[in-house]
Design a protein around this ligand. Structure first.
Ligand code: MLC
Ligand code: AMP
Length: 494
């Protein structure tokens, strides 16, 4: 497989030079125009001291300029580090300090904040400033080895601080190349791009499928069902999290007719319930193609394009991916049909966590398999079904929330004795974050939620905080979250 990611980009930039790559509300940009802008911006980044292997931290709104910044960073041989625009100052400070970027590109309103964080060691700029001073000349691409890091994406963990997953040039190039074949992307495709571009799903999976195949995409600032349905008339693919499909079904304008021009609806990042899968088929005549992936690994399994797309299953392993089920504690490989931890190996699997060799080692088996933390089994036809997670993780609307992070903030409060944070079923987000606390003295749940927002991105803030005189515990004194999840399973029902 080709190693250098920018060489793969350049191949498409040349071959499809006059075709449209991306449209936003304002205009359409051709492959050639985007390539030229990326070349000039790479020169601007280099003038600011961005050298090969340096990190460029990016917290900007979704825009074509942000996309060009991604291409330019890769062209300069540097490491792209995108961050959710929802993150608060304390969250951002951790990333900036840990990743030691030479440059941070942020929104106009965050310039002062970025000046305060990360020990003040990085230069801070905005997209407007970068684009206002583009050199005329395009900087030549900086060649990289296939094993060099192209991007770092932070993921949290059950315990401890977020870890920066290092994705190499070859990880990203090989996964994209395989997916365009598997999902049959061609230059005739037009993708409705409604995902954020600071995660693997919207950035690498969506953008690379379009770019590598010569297709085009329409950039929406965010998912909005009415706009997405309108666009279906002259688009062919939608990629999204299950919440997209739930919201489409909730919109009466979504019909067989409105979806008639579409060839493919792909879902991932969180479980798509078999009920939604079936309801979607009934309404639109399309079977959603569900796939499974991770930040650390890109795409791992997918239901087939031509064969049976099975509701409730994530499909067989993708070409090049080795997947097995093992016993979590011992690593013993389990026979087909048994439930265990999903372990994977392949050219898509990341290089390790940024400056955390011990944490990296702990998540790989001695024979090189990465331990995903997801529980599942393989059925007789080779399809994988995920049945839960070994990691204490809540996935809300496709975004990950680790209870430990929210619990730590609650436990630190004087009005909280102890807190348990759980995920409960939610009709829109799949799972919603809920906190159950043992209060000390007067307790105002709304005020506590408001205060949590200062330290936590909005999607991590519990949708509800409930109080209980004492939390249920087992004989070892451990809080029984399973009981709490059962007790509050219907909290958001209806
Ligand atoms: C927004 N909110 C959320 C939320 N998104 N709360 C919980 N979970 C979420 N996912 C908050 C808002 O800040 C707001 O809070 C309130 O909930 C209502 O927001 P909304 O208007 O309903 O949300 P919306 O902006 O429409 O966003 C929902 C969404 C979005 C589902 C469209 O979250 C989204 O695009 N998710 C996709 C995430 C993604 O790309 N995941 C891929 C990760 S990569 P308040 O308090 O301000 O009112 C990966 C690997 C793989 O997982 O396999 O793909
Ligand atoms: P992230 O760390 O954001 O990349 O999230 C990765 C996790 O999302 C995986 O480990 C799974 O738990 C979950 N995930 C991704 N796709 C699916 C899917 N199709 N079904 C169930 N869970 C999924």
């Amino acid at each position: 497989m080709s190693g250098d990611l920018y060489s793969r980009f350049a191949q498409s930039f040349e071959r499809f030079s006059d075709s449209v790559l991306v449209e936003d509300g304002a205009r359409a940009w051709t492959y050639g125009e985007i390539a030229a802008m990326a070349g000039r911006l790479a020169g601007r980044l280099q003038a600011l001291g961005v050298a090969a292997g340096e990190r460029v931290l990016v917290q900007t709104d979704k825009s074509v300029e942000t996309l060009i910044l991604y291409f330019a960073t890769i062209r300069a041989g540097a490491i792209y580090l995108p961050l959710n625009i929802d993150y608060t100052e304390s969250e951002l400070d951790y990333f900036a300090t840990d990743a030691t970027p030479v440059l941070a590109v942020c929104r106009d309103q965050s310039v002062d904040l970025f000046g305060r964080i990360g020990g003040g060691a990085m230069q801070v700029t905005t997209l407007a400033q970068l684009f206002a001073e583009l050199p005329e000349a395009e900087a030549p691409p900086v060649p990289r080895a296939s094993d060099d890091v192209a991007a770092i994406l932070y993921t949290s963990g059950t315990t401890g601080k977020p870890k920066g997953a290092m994705l190499t040039q070859a990880n990203l190039a090989s996964n994209g190349e395989m997916l365009i074949d598997f999902w049959r992307f061609t230059s005739e495709d037009r993708l409705i791009h409604a995902l954020p571009i600071f995660h693997v799903h919207g950035l690498f999976i969506a953008v690379h499928c379009v770019l590598f195949s010569g297709a085009s995409m329409v950039f929406l600032p965010k998912f909005e069902s009415g706009r997405v349905i309108e666009l279906m008339a002259d688009s062919t693919v939608l990629m999204g999290v299950p919440t997209f499909y739930i919201r489409l079904l909730a919109d009466p304008a979504f019909t067989r007719e409105s979806a008639a021009n579409m060839r493919l609806f792909i879902s991932g990042s969180a479980p798509l319930s078999a009920d939604i899968h079936r309801a979607f088929e009934q309404r639109s005549g399309h079977r959603v193609l569900e796939r499974y992936g991770m930040t650390e690994t890109g795409m791992l399994t997918s239901n087939p394009y031509d064969g049976e797309r099975r509701a409730g299953f994530v499909g067989p392993p993708l070409p090049g991916v080795s997947l097995r089920i093992a016993e979590f504690e011992t690593g013993k490989v389990l026979p087909q049909g048994e439930v265990g931890i999903v372990e994977v190996k392949g050219p898509n699997v990341f290089k390790g966590y940024w400056q955390m060799p011990e944490k990296t080692a702990a998540e790989f088996r001695p024979d090189g398999y990465f331990i995903t933390g997801d529980m599942g089994f393989i059925d007789a036809d080779g399809y994988v079904q995920l049945v839960g997670r070994e990691k204490d993780l809540i996935i809300s609307g496709g975004l990950n929330v680790y209870p430990a992070e929210v619990e730590a903030l609650l436990d630190d409060r004087e009005d909280v004795g102890e807190a348990a944070v759980i995920g409960v079923p939610h009709p829109d987000f799949g799972e919603a974050v809920v906190a159950v606390v043992q209060p000390v003295g007067a307790f105002d749940a709304d005020a506590v939620r408001e205060e949590l927002r200062k330290d936590l991105a909005a999607f991590k803030v519990p949708k509800m905080i409930l109080t209980m005189e004492s939390l249920p515990r087992n004989t070892m004194g451990k809080i029984q979250k399973k009981l709490l999840r059962e007790q509050y399973a219907d909290l958001f029902a209806g």
